[in-house]
Design a protein around this ligand. Sequence first.
Ligand code: MG
Length: 591
Amino acid sequence: MKIPKFIAYATLLCSGAALCAEASAQQYRTTDIRDMALIYQGGSHRLDWTVEEFRPYVVHEYADGERDWLFDGFLFLEFKNGSGRNYTVGYEKLNARRGEWEWLLGRIFEQGKSLSALDQCIGEEIARLGKPGFTHRIVLGLPEAIRGQKDWGELDGRTMDFSDEKDQIAATRWYIDQLIERFRAAHYKHLELAGFYWVAEDTNHCEDLTIPLSDYIHSQGYLFYWIPYWQAKGAGEWQRLGFDIAYQQPNHFFNHAIPDSRLDDACAFAREHGMAMEFEFDEKATLDREDTSHGRMKAYIDHFEKNDVFNTSALAYYCGNRGVLTLHESKNPQDKALMDRLARLIQMRRYLQTGYPGKVSTRVVAHRGYWRTEGSAQNSIASLLKADELGVWGVEFDVWLAADGVPVLNHDGWHDGYKVPDTPSTVLTGLRLENGEPLPTLAQYLDAARATKVELVLELKPHETPKQETRAAEEVVRMIDERKLAKRTTYITFSRHAMLEFIRLAPKGTQVLYLGNDIAPEELKRLGAAGGDYNYWVYQGNPSWLDYMKREKMISNVWTVDNPLEMIRTIRQGIDYITTDRPELFLQLAK
Ligand code: MG
C-alpha cells in the first residue's frame, strides 16, 4: 500500500513537525509530485497523445541544445466525450452514461496512445539521458456521478439512481477499481499511479460527495487531488472535503481585463489555506498571433517568483490542449526563451528536492543569521542558534560600536528611533528585536557562539571616523581572541580603513574580506586581504575577477543570493562561500 507522503520543501522553515502542522495555514502545499502537467485526454476532440506529442512535456530542449527532464507528474482529465456527453456538470446538455465512462477508460488505456505512449516516451528518453532520479507519477481524473442522473445504467444488475448518494458512490468506486486494475494490468515500466482527481472545479453540484470518495481512495492507498477555480465554492475547505492537495487556479491568463494583482491574490489565498498553486497558459502564449497572451504567461512566472511559489509550493500546469507542444513548435526565439525560463525553474525545483546533481564545493553563510523562521529575528542570538541547528557553514552578523564603546549587533545603525553609535549600550540592550529578544551586545553573541560549531562572519559597519573604526576593530579583535574564536572568525567590511585595521590587528592567517566593488582582487591581494566578498552582480559583470581569485588562491564570497537559480550559477562558478537569507534553500541544493 502506498502511504501518502508529503515532502515539504518548507519543512526546514519549521522547527518541528507539530509546528509545521500548525503553521501549514501560512504555507503552500507540497506533495510527491513537484510539477504536474494537465493532459486533457479522452474526448474525441482532443489530441491522441502519441509518443511524439508527449516528448516536449517529458524532456525540454533548451535553446543552447541542453536536454533535460521536465514534468514529473501527469494528470489525465476530461470534461466531455466530444459527442455531446458531460463527465461533469456544465459542458454539455447530456450526462455521460456507463457506456461513455467505459469508452473513456478505453481511451486512457489505448495501446500506443495516452498512458502507453507516455510510458514509451519516458523509456526512450531514459535510453538517451539516463534515469531521471525520480518516478513519473500519474493522476487520473474521475468523472462525476452527477446528482439526480437516472440514465447512467446498471451496476451489478441494479439500475443506478444518482439522486441517491449511495449509487453515486458505488458507480465512482467501480470506476476507481477499473482504473487501478487496468493500470496494474498494463505493467507500465516508468509510471506510478499516485491518485485520482476530482474534475468538478467547485462543490455547487457535488457538495460533500468527495468525502466518502476520499475515504475509499485512501483505503486503496492513493491520494485525492483537486484544482478549484478562483473563488470556487469549497476551495477554502478542501481539506474538510477529503482532498490531500488542492491547487488554486488564478484564472488570470485567459482574460486581459484581469490585473496582474490577481496572481498575488491567488497566491495569498493559497498560502492562507495551505494550498498549492496552478500555473496557467495555453497555445495563446505564442507571440505571433493577434490574440497573444505571451506577456500574461510571463506575469505568472514573475508573480510566482515574487510570491515564493517556485521555491516552496507544488505546482500544477494548465497548458490548454497543447500549450507546451505549441511553444515547442514555435520558431519565434522569444517563445523559446519563455519556455526555457519556465523549464529552468522546473529544473531548479527538481534540484531543490533531489539536490544539485554535480559536486557542490560552495559553503553557505546565513545572512544576519537564520532569521526567516519562527521565533527568529535578524542579528539575534536566536538566529545564530537556529543557523547552527540548520547546519550552515557560517553565520554573518553586523557590528556597531555603541556610544560607550561597547560593540553591539545591528544592521541599519538605527533601532526604535535610536542612532546606534550615538546611544550607550545600556539603552540599546533595553530595546527589543522582532522576536522579543533584547538587542544583543557582541559579548553576549560571542558567548552564545562558543557553544555552537558555526563559523563567524563578522561585519564591522562603516563608522563616521577612521578613529572610531580603529577603536571598534581593536575591541572586536580583542573580544574574539579572548574567547579563542579567532580560528572560527572571518572579518568583512565595506570600509577600506576597517579592513586594513583588521589585517593589522587580527592574528596571522585570519580571513579578512572586503565587501565593496571599488577594490579589485589584485589590489586586495596587495593590501593583504584574504579575498573578496562581492555582490552577485559584481561577479557576473567581472568574470575575470573570479578567475584571478581562483588563480591566486584568494577566498571568494558572494552576497546576497536568495534565488535558487542564482545559487545554482554560484555553485557552477565554484565560488567558495555564498551569503544568503535563504540558507535552507541552499542546503536543499547541496544535500
Ligand atoms: Mg551584513
